[in-house]
Design a protein around this ligand. Structure first.
Ligand code: HEC
Length: 260
C-alpha cells in the first residue's frame, strides 16, 4: 500500500512537472534596460497571455504561437519600469546570436510577441498533447498582423530579451543635455517621420539641422506659426504636416530646435 502511494505521488509529481506552467517571468531593470530572462512565461498581473493560431497556406500545418500583444506587453513594462519610449529590442540567443528589432517593426499595430511556438500535428489527441508539449521552442518571434508571414524570427532558444529605453539607444538623445530631452522626444515622435537628425529619421525632407538654419533670424512666434500651419505661412507648396501637439510640447520642441 505504501509503495502504491509512493508510485502514485511520484507519477503525479512527474505529470505536474511536465505540464506545469511556470508563472514567474524574471524581469530585471537596470540603467533603462529591461531584461526578460529565458523563463518566458505568463506574467502575473501583467499583460494578457494570448494564443494565436496560423495555418501555413503551403504546407497546411498549423503553428500555434503563445505570447503577448506587443502593445499590451510594452505598455505594461513602460508603466512598471517608467520607461518612456521603447524603440529597440535585442534578443540574445543561447549561442550568442543577437537579433535587433527597431522602430517600425515594434510599432506595427497589433504585432504579436510570440514567446512559445509549436506546430500542431494534423491528427490524434494523444499526438497533439505530446507534440504540443515537446515541440514548443522557447523563441522570440514578432508576428505582423497584416501579413500571414512571420516578419521577424529569431533563432530558437532565446536566453533573454533586452528592451531599451529610447533615451539610451537613440543617437539624438544620447549625451543630450537634460534641458533639451523633452523637445527632442517631441521631434522624434512627430518630425522624424520626414526629417532626420544625427542619422535618425526619415528621408522625405532635408535633415533638420539644415532646414532649421532658415529660421535662425526669425522669432519663436514666427516659427510656431509656421509649424502650426506650414503651407499657410510659407505661401508655397510644402509636403509638411501641421504640428497638432500641445503648446507645451511646441515650446519644448522649439527650445530643442534652437539648440541645433
Ligand atoms: C510629412 C513630412 C514632414 C513632417 C512630419 C515634418 N516636416 Fe518639416 N518639412 C517637410 C518638407 C517636405 C519640407 C520642405 C523642405 C524644402 O524646403 O524643400 C519641410 C521643411 C521644414 C522646415 C524649413 C521650412 C522653410 O523655411 O523652408 C522646417 C524648419 C521644418 N520642416 C520643421 C519641421 C518640424 C519641427 C517638424 C515636426 C514638428 C516637421 N518639420 C515635420 C516635411 C515634413
Amino acid at each position: 500500500m505504501k509503495q502504491q502511494v509512493f508510485i502514485f505521488t511520484l507519477l503525479l509529481f512527474l505529470v505536474s512537472k511536465a505540464f506545469a506552467i511556470n508563472e514567474s517571468l524574471q524581469v530585471s531593470f537596470k540603467d533603462k534596460v529591461i531584461t526578460v530572462d529565458d523563463n518566458f512565461q505568463k506574467m502575473l498581473g501583467g499583460p494578457t497571455w494570448k494564443v494565436v493560431k496560423r495555418i501555413d497556406p503551403n504546407s497546411k500545418t498549423m503553428t500555434t504561437y503563445e505570447g503577448y500583444e506587443l502593445a499590451d506587453f510594452f505598455s505594461f513594462l513602460k508603466k512598471k519600469f517608467s520607461i518612456e519610449v521603447i524603440h529597440h529590442i535585442e534578443t540574445l540567443a543561447i549561442d550568442g546570436y543577437k537579433l535587433n528589432i527597431e522602430g517600425s517593426a515594434l510599432e506595427s499595430k497589433g504585432a504579436f510577441l510570440a514567446l512559445k511556438v509549436y506546430d500542431i500535428p494534423k491528427r490524434g489527441l494523444y499526438n497533439k498533447m505530446l507534440k504540443s508539449y515537446f515541440d514548443w521552442r522557447p523563441s522570440y518571434i514578432l508576428l505582423d498582423p497584416k501579413s500571414p508571414k512571420v516578419s521577424v524570427a529569431s533563432p530558437y532558444q532565446v536566453k533573454a530579451i533586452k528592451i531599451y529605453d529610447e533615451s539610451i539607444i537613440n543617437p539624438i538623445l544620447t549625451r543630450l543635455d537634460e534641458t533639451y530631452q523633452a523637445g527632442a522626444k517631441v521631434f522624434i515622435k512627430t518630425c522624424s517621420k520626414c526629417h532626420s537628425l544625427k542619422g535618425f529619421g526619415g528621408k522625405k525632407a532635408p535633415a533638420m539641422n539644415l532646414v532649421i538654419k532658415r529660421w535662425k533670424l526669425k522669432k519663436d512666434d514666427a516659427l510656431e506659426a509656421f509649424l502650426r500651419n506650414p503651407q499657410g505661412t510659407l505661401k508655397r507648396k510644402i509636403q509638411m504636416s501641421a504640428f497638432n501637439g500641445s503648446q507645451k510640447e511646441l515650446s519644448e520642441l522649439i527650445k530643442f530646435l534652437r539648440s541645433l
